[in-house]
Ligand binder design. Structure first.
Ligand code: MN3
Length: 238
């Protein structure tokens, strides 16, 4: 019997362009039953990331913000065949969504995917990149400090609300990209997110106020590098 944490770890290990749907295996079973998208349970307690990310921020971010994306996505797709499809299938084919609801689906569907992914690549402090992932980081950034420096610069350079991502393609090196709003690398295709940091103010304002740089520094402590390595391995194997 796997604990929930192990289940998430196992599922997380298979995240990639082709394997992304497995990230949501648990949530998806619930979604089928509910005939709509549902808020996935966190793989840890709200206070697990303290003191770096405070419990109150986690609770509001998960139970209010992410829930709202789920509710609004269900509302936008109510009565349509897209409601029964995997979220990745929707996000990689937004042009097939009727224009009247496309914006709502992009924003709220992106919000649902991004946050589900985000919860999964965080965890208690104490992991570090190793093996093939560390080698790739060394090659592309000259080491973990170089990666952190570039990702932080990207996160600070994203004006307004959005995300900064570490991505990789099957035959492409690691790359850092940012996206506005709730967009993500899946929407463009060709790259798989390995990790992503939410730089919307709702992700940090209670504890860090306007100091996004302090939030980014603190956030690096709670990256679950084992899950990130699993994501990397899955892309390279795909
Ligand atoms: Mn958020």
């Amino acid at each position: 019997m796997l604990t929930r944490r192990e289940m998430f770890r196992t599922a997380g290990a298979a995240v990639a362009v082709v394997a992304v749907p497995q990230l949501f295996a648990t949530a998806r079973a619930q979604e089928k039953k509910a005939e709509g998208f549902t808020l996935p349970k966190l793989p840890y307690a709200y206070d697990a990331l303290e003191p770096h990310i405070d419990a109150k921020t986690m609770e509001i971010h998960h139970s209010k913000h992410h829930q709202a994306y789920v509710d609004n996505l269900n509302k936008a797709l109510a009565g349509t065949p897209w409601l029964g499809k995997p979220i990745e299938a929707i996000l990689t084919d937004l042009k097939s969504i009727p224009e009247a609801t496309r914006g709502a689906v992009r924003n709220n569907g992106g919000g649902h995917w991004n946050h589900s992914f985000f919860w999964n690549i965080m965890g208690k402090p104490g992991t570090a990149p190793k093996g093939d992932l560390l080698k790739a980081i060394d090659t592309s950034f000259g080491g973990l400090d170089g990666l952190k420096k570039d990702l932080k610069a990207a996160a600070l350079g994203r004006f307004g609300s959005g995300w900064a991502w570490l991505t990789v393609g099957k035959d492409k090196p690691l790359a850092i990209v940012t996206s506005p709003n709730q967009d993500n690398a899946l929407m463009d295709g060709g790259h798989a997110p390995l990790l992503g940091i939410d730089v919307w103010e709702h992700a940090y304002y209670l504890k860090y106020q306007n100091k996004r740089a302090d939030y980014v520094d603190a956030w690096f402590n709670v990256v679950n590098w084992d899950v990130v390595a699993g994501n990397f391995g899955a892309v390279k194997k795909s």
